[in-house]
Design a protein around this ligand. Structure first.
Ligand SMILES: NC(=O)c1ccc[n+]([C@@H]2O[C@H](COP(=O)([O-])OP(=O)(O)OC[C@H]3O[C@@H](n4cnc5c(N)ncnc54)[C@H](O)[C@@H]3O)[C@@H](O)[C@H]2O)c1
Length: 427
């Protein structure tokens, strides 16, 4: 079993750290955010992830997982160091590697001994980043290191489950010994393990997210076309999925994709591709498609209610999807902003993301329950696929709302069960 240091305790660092500890490795984690360190050390995850609190408490009790106060303390016993810091978008869409640079610099400064460590980039980074950013800093510090890349494919909301039982593992290594060490960490995994060079592993992550974003944008565009032709998307989708070359999963149309990964990773790839003369017109189209898709939900409301001025609109689901409290790039923000600019009163509700959403858009009143948000509403937009929302019935809408106009922006309700409701979807 290995001794692992985790640098950065967001969903990726915390869930993979807890998963490594659950599998028997010894993990010491660190973050620059002292409040986050303290909370995690006390067994309190700073964000919602199914199962993470119990799993964290268990590995803390077993002393397989601990939180260090300093980088030096975190890397002391380690032979492998995972870098899990954020790589957000800059204002021009390019990848901001500032946190990664800072983390590697502080790793180099804290690395006082001569132990050879394997430094693994788990953050999503553009091809060439491990060799172009991480390697030079460690070389300048004259530390004896090996370099690897292990992109993360977990889905927020199921992050722990995905970290414990991944469906594939991609490892990029700077040599056979690094590959052997990385494979050893995943010895218990029962899934395909793809070992390649560092730059290819970095690229596989972007290829994956670019393809997933393209699938969503394609589904959205196809649904818009189905509306224009007056055909049911569901039927077209059934026929489409019969083609053995087309996997019908992840082709659910709605109000577009958000979250901390798809938008920023596609933007970063487009920006980096453009700089290198690749002209990524398809991915530029994916972003343009996604940027306007939420307007379809507004259009549905206007078709049913006319002018939205003075109308009371409930917005159910404020996180970027169900089962998470993450509001990064949630489509609820442009939807609410547009409704407010049209003079509507917006009442939002989310099982978990209310406070985080309020910090982004304080003009939106936050209700304590879906029922309270629906009370007296002229229309509702379902923006996130929370299981609780998929259990809403026609009766819930008919009894609570002033006018039962329901726009299902995530295809979670069955239109056949919505008798009496003015039920609209996209496609
Ligand atoms: N969230 C996801 O669903 C997901 C999935 C796959 C991949 N990724 C990628 O993984 C990376 C991390 O994602 P996340 O959502 O966990 O990020 P996050 O921004 O939520 O968390 C990053 C953490 O790193 C800490 N940090 C920043 N600089 C640091 C430093 N110098 N030293 C120590 N800690 C530092 C921050 O305080 C924060 O707690 C990103 O590159 C992201 O694109 C995320």
């Amino acid at each position: 079993m290995a001794s692992i240091a985790i640098v950065g305790l967001g969903p990726v660092g915390l869930c993979s750290g807890v998963a490594f500890a659950t599998q028997g490795h010894r993990v010491v984690a660190v973050d620059i955010d002292s409040k986050r360190r303290q909370e995690i050390a006390r067994g309190k995850p700073p964000f919602y992830e199914k199962g993470i609190e119990a799993a964290l408490r268990k590995v803390l009790r077993q002393k397989r997982f601990s939180v260090a106060e300093t980088m030096e303390e975190a890397i002391g016993p380690s032979t492998v160091v995972f870098l899990c810091v954020g790589t957000p978008s800059r204002s021009d869409g390019s990848m901001d590697d500032g946190a990664l640079r800072d983390a590697v610099k502080s790793l180099a400064a804290a690395w006082k001994d001569e132990k050879r460590r394997t430094v693994v980039v788990k953050s999503t980074v553009l091809p060439g980043t491990a060799d172009g950013v991480v390697r030079p800093i460690l070389e300048a510090a004259r530390r004896p290191f090996r370099l690897g890349v292990n992109p993360e494919f977990l889905r927020e909301g199921r992050a722990l489950e995905d970290a414990l039982r991944p469906d594939r593992i991609v490892l990029g290594a700077d040599g056979p010994e690094t590959a052997r060490i990385l494979k050893g960490l995943y010895r218990s995994a029962k899934c395909p393990l793809f070992s390649t060079d560092v730059k290819t592993a970095e690229a596989v992550k972007y290829a994956t997210n670019a393809f997933l974003a393209t699938k969503v944008a394609f589904a959205d565009e196809l649904a818009n076309l189905c509306d224009a032709f007056g055909i049911s998307y569901d039927e077209v989708h059934k026929g489409l999925g019969l083609d053995p070359r087309i996997n019908p999963r992840f082709l659910v149309p709605g109000v577009g994709f958000g979250g901390s990964c798809l938008p920023k990773d596609v933007r970063a790839l487009v920006a980096a591709g453009r700089r290198r003369g690749a002209e990524p017109v398809l991915l530029e189209g994916v972003l343009a498609q996604n940027d306007q898709q939420y307007l379809r939900a507004i259009a549905r409301l206007e078709e049913e209610l006319g002018d939205l001025k003075g109308k009371r609109i409930a917005l159910l689901g404020l996180a970027f999807k169900g089962d998470t409290d993450d509001v990064r790039e949630t489509r609820a923000v442009p939807i609410a902003r547009t409704l407010l600019s049209k003079g509507a009163l917006v009442i939002g509700y989310d099982p978990l993301a209310g406070p985080a959403f309020s910090a982004l858009l304080p003009e939106v009143k936050i209700a304590d329950s879906a029922k309270e948000a629906l009370d007296g509403a002229d229309g509702v937009v379902l923006q996130a696929d929370w299981p609780a929302f998929s259990r809403l019935t026609a009766k819930d809408f008919l009894t609570a709302m002033a006018t039962p106009v329901v726009v299902d922006g995530r295809r979670i309700l069955d239109p056949k069960k919505m008798q009496g409701v003015r039920f609209r979807r996209i496609g």
